[in-house]
Design a protein around this ligand. Structure first.
Ligand code: TTP
Length: 188
């Protein structure tokens, strides 16, 4: 059995992996999250996931390392984490009453194997009044999350329906991740 590392500082990703009752630890990766504006959403999330996993793998070459990255895409516009209240408000306003896609990329890096994949989940939001948006902003939840919401928290009341992997929206598509880990040669 080899060591498993989640290259992340996201408490949600840690929690999702803990559900699988695997033994692992987390190491945060401080990588440059800039990307080429020409890249597609799937290229962005897989490249950033790979950067995170590769950076940690360099320090822990004997381990299997998982990196992950999530963005929200509305009309070909990439929404990352909001920088301030105004940006969070305008992100949520732009998602109101319509659908968007959440892309999560995952990279698994070990000494002998490197794999990348992504999941796309479509999410429809209810129509939101400015008051509802402001009430949601007051929860403080939007600020460390792509698209300024968390489906797993108070943000659950914004969501009408989803099509795709719920866990991918939260930050880690666990079922596919475990399958790819096995293909990479990991056994617990
Ligand atoms: C859309 C959505 C995003 N998110 C989160 C998942 C990610 O943590 C975050 C997107 O930012 P990321 O840059 O993907 O991840 P991170 O900076 O939080 O963590 P790390 O790079 O250390 O792994 O948004 C939710 O928690 N719920 C949601 O519904």
């Amino acid at each position: 059995m080899k060591n498993l590392i989640l290259a992340s500082s996201s408490p949600r990703r840690k929690e999702l992996l803990e559900n699988l009752q695997l033994s692992f630890h987390t190491v945060s990766s401080d990588v440059d999250e800039n990307y080429d504006p020409e890249w597609s959403p799937e290229e962005i999330v897989m490249a950033l996931a790979y950067r995170k996993a590769k950076a940690v793998s360099k320090e822990h070459p004997a381990s299997f390392v998982i990196g992950s990255d999530t963005v929200v895409v509305r009309d070909q516009t990439i929404l990352g984490k909001p920088q301030n209240l105004e940006e969070a408000f305008s992100m949520l306003k732009s998602l109101s009453g319509r659908s968007h896609s959440v892309y999560t990329g995952v990279a698994i890096v070990s000494e002998s194997n490197e794999r990348k994949f992504f999941e796309k989940t479509d999410v429809d939001f209810w129509e939101l009044s400015d008051e509802e948006i402001n009430d949601y902003l007051d929860t403080g939840e939007p600020f460390d999350k792509a698209g300024a919401y968390g489906i797993q928290g108070f943000g659950s009341i914004l969501v009408k329906r989803i099509s795709g992997d719920y866990f991918s929206v939260v930050g880690l598509p666990v079922a596919r991740t475990i399958r790819e880990l096995k293909k990479a040669g990991y056994s617990s």
